[in-house]
Every structure is written in C-alpha cells, then in structure tokens.
Design a protein around this ligand. Structure first.
Ligand SMILES: [Zn+2]
Length: 162
C-alpha cells in the first residue's frame, strides 16, 4: 500500500530530522544563541511526535515482550549483516574515520544484544538498574557506576547515565 510506504518514509525522515534538529540545538547553544537553540529543540520534539505517530500507525509498538524481540532482531541484523557491509565499503573507499565509527558501532551493537536478551529473561521480575551509554561508540552498560568502555577504551567520563 502506498500509505504504508508513506508512513515508512515519514518515519525515516522524521527520525533523521529529530537527530539533526537536536544537534542543531546543541550547536546553537554552544554559539550562545539560546532562542534559536530552543526553536531547534522544539522542532525536534515535533518531529518526535510525528515519528511516534507513524510508528504506531505501522503497528511498530506492541507489548514489551514483542518490542524486546524486535529490538534484538534489529540489533542482530545490523551487527551481523548491515554493518559488515558498511565496514567493507568504507575499507574499499579508504575512509578510515568512517571505518572506525562503523567498526565501533558494530562491536557495541553485538554486545548490546546481550542486554536485551537478559531483559527477556528478567521480564516481569526486573530489579532496579542504572544504564549507561558510551558517548563515543554507543556501548550500553548496566551497573551502578560508569566504567571504562570495553569497546572503544574511553574512560568512565564518556559513559552517560540514563
Ligand atoms: Zn565506547
């Protein structure tokens, strides 16, 4: 159906715009342009509203059990199929910085799968936990205090508590 494709296109575009507008907001704030920063931030929130609406229309949000399985499947496809292709292409095209970014992301995604799998096992009887995300490679960590990142090797200061 065309509408389904339009929802997918809208979701893709609004997810990208959400991230871009947040980055624009941070840049504007760094430049001391607080009003412009708030405008970009507000616009990012609007994009999030659209994206969530389109995702819901696509039946992309169901039970937490289903959502966990979907999250695991996405991470596996990206870590085992998509990113290896990205890495090969970046090697061939001699783009070392992009290659490093893809390699770190692939490694982090592979490790992050275990957190989702553990959440499947703990579903319905979970204990309170803190999560951290490495701001360099996206590695997720469950614990009580930040650690050195086992993927990119950066110190605990790169771990953001969420
Ligand atoms: Zn890292």
């Amino acid at each position: 159906m065309k509408t389904e494709n339009n929802l997918i296109t809208g979701l893709t575009r609004d997810c990208r715009a959400y991230v871009e507008l947040l980055a624009y907001a941070e840049q504007a704030a760094e430049e001391g342009l607080s009003s412009l920063s708030r405008l970009f931030f507000a616009a990012s929130k609007a994009r999030k509203v659209y994206a969530e609406s389109y995702l819901s229309a696509l039946n992309g949000i169901t039970s937490s059990s289903d959502n966990l399985q979907r999250a695991i499947a996405h991470e596996i496809v990206e870590a085992d199929e998509l990113y290896p292709q990205f890495i090969e292409t970046a090697k061939k095209e001699q783009m070392p910085e992009v290659l490093r970014t893809f390699m770190l992301a692939r490694s982090a995604k592979r490790k992050n799968i275990h957190l989702f799998e553990a959440a499947v096992d703990e579903l319905g009887r979970e204990t309170p936990a803190d999560y951290y995300v490495c701001q360099v490679c996206g590695y997720l960590y469950k614990g009580h205090e930040p650690i050195d990142c086992p993927i990119c090797g950066k110190g605990p200061q790169t771990m953001e508590r969420v």
